[in-house]
Write a protein that binds this ligand. Structure first.
Ligand SMILES: [Zn+2]
Length: 282
């Protein structure tokens, strides 16, 4: 499942490759699950719109749309509800979703749910075998929570101090920080020396400062690594190798801690596996 760094990398890659392109037409498949807005609404919003920008918000990919320039308005066309206003196409990749930039002659992959024909001659296709991904349109999309890479210490302290839940659950709470998933939560807690079960309320201000630093570090490093594999990810071949951050604790149950050699432990918190070093993390 793509986490924040992957989504950031994908959004950056798409921004480079499709910004400025105009969506000429939209084909949507018959499956209902991927469509969070109605097919009619998605088509009306996207068609004849220029992709002004592509960016990440939480784990969503946001396409900012502007009316396409230089096209004569066709009076017979249906009115486009979002065309004159700010419009956005929102893509959530779910577990297995991918956005692929293809030449039109490229064979259409199984589980293709949307095809956008671009004025550059290419197509942007949304493929999602397990159909947990979602497509929608909006005028002022706002994901819950704050951006972990942008939040400052004061805001972070306000959000996390005094919470009676395990710190791991608080990190995963999308209403606090948006987009931090299981792997990066475990890795951040290891770097900050905090056990996942620690009550947020028992963590000092200084430790929270270290934790915020660790969260930003882990995400930034993962984004830097992801950047080099972006073309594989969005190209026609889809989900080929993302360079991954070397995990220090995540998925390493029973293996020696990279710092002190103590075997890494795994516990389940709120239904999610959590990995930590019982010696380095207090
Ligand atoms: Zn250790």
């Amino acid at each position: 499942m793509p986490e924040l760094p992957e989504v950031e990398t994908i959004a950056r890659g798409l921004a480079k490759r499709v910004s400025g392109d105009v969506i000429e037409s939209v084909w949507l498949g018959q499956k209902k699950e991927p469509l969070k807005s109605s097919a009619a609404e998605i088509s009306a919003t996207l068609e004849q719109s220029r992709i002004a920008a592509v960016r990440r918000m939480g784990k969503h990919i946001v396409f900012d749309l502007a009316p396409a320039n230089g096209r004569k308005p066709n009076s017979r066309m249906k009115p486009k509800p979002f065309q004159q206003k700010k419009a956005q196409w929102i893509v959530h990749l779910g577990m297995t979703g991918s956005l692929r930039i293809c030449e039109p002659q490229t064979e259409i992959a199984k589980h293709t749910h949307a095809i956008l024909k671009l004025s550059s001659g290419r197509e942007l296709r949304f493929v999602d075998p397990r159909r947990f991904g979602r497509l929608s349109v909006s005028t002022q999309f706002d994901a819950a929570g704050v951006e972990p890479l942008e939040v400052d210490l004061d805001r972070f302290l306000t959000l996390f101090r005094g919470r009676n839940t395990p710190i791991k659950s608080a990190l995963l709470n999308q209403n606090l920080l948006r987009g931090v998933g299981n792997i990066y939560a475990d890795e951040s807690l290891f770097r900050a020396g905090l056990r996942p079960r620690r009550r947020a309320s028992s963590i000092t201000r200084e430790q929270l400062r270290q934790l915020l630093l660790a969260v930003k570090q882990v995400l930034t490093e993962a984004i830097a690594l992801g950047g080099s594999s972006i073309s594989d990810y969005v190209d026609a071949e889809g989900e080929e190798g993302f360079f991954q951050l070397q995990h220090r604790v995540y998925g390493r149950e029973g293996e020696p801690c990279l710092v002190c050699k103590t075997p890494i432990k795994r516990v389940v918190i709120a239904g999610r596996s959590s990995h930590y070093c019982p010696s380095c993390q207090k």
